[in-house]
Design a binder for this molecule. Structure first.
Ligand SMILES: NC(=O)c1ccc[n+]([C@@H]2O[C@H](COP(=O)([O-])OP(=O)(O)OC[C@H]3O[C@@H](n4cnc5c(N)ncnc54)[C@H](OP(=O)(O)O)[C@@H]3O)[C@@H](O)[C@H]2O)c1
Length: 279
């Protein structure tokens, strides 16, 4: 199977193209090789590569900056996704579109189901939701995979930020009133690749299992790493940001189970694997 990856320079994209899969030929295109906001570039790249599937990870991911750059976020997350979807459809390729927990309003109290009403509260969330809609409209072989709190070996993320902060400070304050599910790029990349090998199209939630607050996540990071740092729980209000953060963004994985896939493992097991790689 030939799989093309958009946004191959990002943290998920880099993980995907490094996955050792004998049955997969990876063609990773980073932003310098494919700007998804350019429709003609998308058409010609996909027509030349003729992939069996495209895993579309490219996105405008600067959640706070998007509030002051809504046009640019729309151009990449909505129009860019439409371009990739149209190009996929033109060559009969499948499309795996990576989306986000930010399509929900974060007011829930139990894990969001795939069919729950979306109600994004940020520019980022609205443009990603529009990307989902345009992908489903333009490509008849579309999977939408929503994920959350992504971290891994490549690029900036919460785990790396915490480890770096702990090397400079002995006390850290971390938000304890937002709940979600941390997701390891390796587990997500494995699932997206498996998905691309099927024809079970539709909307999926794909986060590691279980849930925690950022404070609990940080506590686990330092416990597993054996780092002694004093953590103080604090509230979202103490860290005002331009884009409001969802208080609750746990994604239930019903579609995954319904379609015969295995749930992604618990977030803590994935974190242990990431921080203490197998010998
Ligand atoms: N990170 C999370 O916590 C999280 C949570 C939920 C969902 N997601 C979704 O997961 C996917 C992967 O995210 P990630 O964490 O890997 O983000 P990332 O590290 O920011 O990667 C996104 C990549 O897309 C590239 N990009 C931006 N504009 C582009 C354009 N016009 N054309 C082509 N490439 C472009 C970026 O390049 P530059 O760096 O050059 O801008 C970057 O390499 C995204 O769809 C994101 O919305 C992420």
């Amino acid at each position: 199977m030939k799989i093309m990856v958009t946004g191959a320079g990002g943290q998920l994209g880099q993980e995907l193209v490094r996955l050792p899969r004998e049955d997969v030929e990876w063609i990773g295109l980073d932003r310098s090789r494919l700007d998804v906001a350019d429709g003609e570039q998308c058409r010609s790249a996909v027509a030349a590569i003729r992939p069996d599937a495209i895993i579309h990870t490219a996105a405008y991911t600067a959640v706070d900056r998007a509030e002051s750059e809504p046009e640019e976020a729309y151009r990449v997350n909505a129009l860019g996704t439409r371009h990739v979807a149209e190009a996929a459809e033109a060559v009969g390729a499948k499309l795996v579109c990576v989306s986000t927990d930010y399509v929900f309003d974060g007011q829930g109290t139990e894990p969001y189901k795939e069919e729950d009403a979306a109600n994004p509260r940020t520019v980022y969330g609205r443009t990603k939701l529009e990307g989902e809609r345009l992908a489903l409209e333009a490509c008849s072989r579309t999977f939408i995979a929503r994920t959350s709190w992504v971290y891994g070996a490549h690029g900036a993320n919460f785990v790396r930020t915490m480890l770096q902060l702990a090397s400079q400070h002995s006390v850290l304050r971390v938000v304890d009133d937002q709940r979600g599910s941390p997701t390891y790029t390796y587990d997500l990349a494995c699932f997206l690749t498996e998905l691309a090998g099927t024809e079970r199209y539709g909307v999926y939630h794909a986060s590691n299992g279980g849930e925690c607050t950022w404070y609990e996540f940080a506590k686990a990071i330092f416990e597993i790493s054996g780092i002694d740092v004093r953590l103080i729980p604090c509230t979202t209000e103490e860290f005002p940001r331009p884009a409001p953060r969802p208080a609750y963004s746990v994604l239930g994985q019903r579609a995954l189970l319904r379609n015969g896939f295995k749930e992604l493992r618990h977030w803590r097991a994935a974190l242990e694997d990431f921080l203490k790689p197998r010998k």
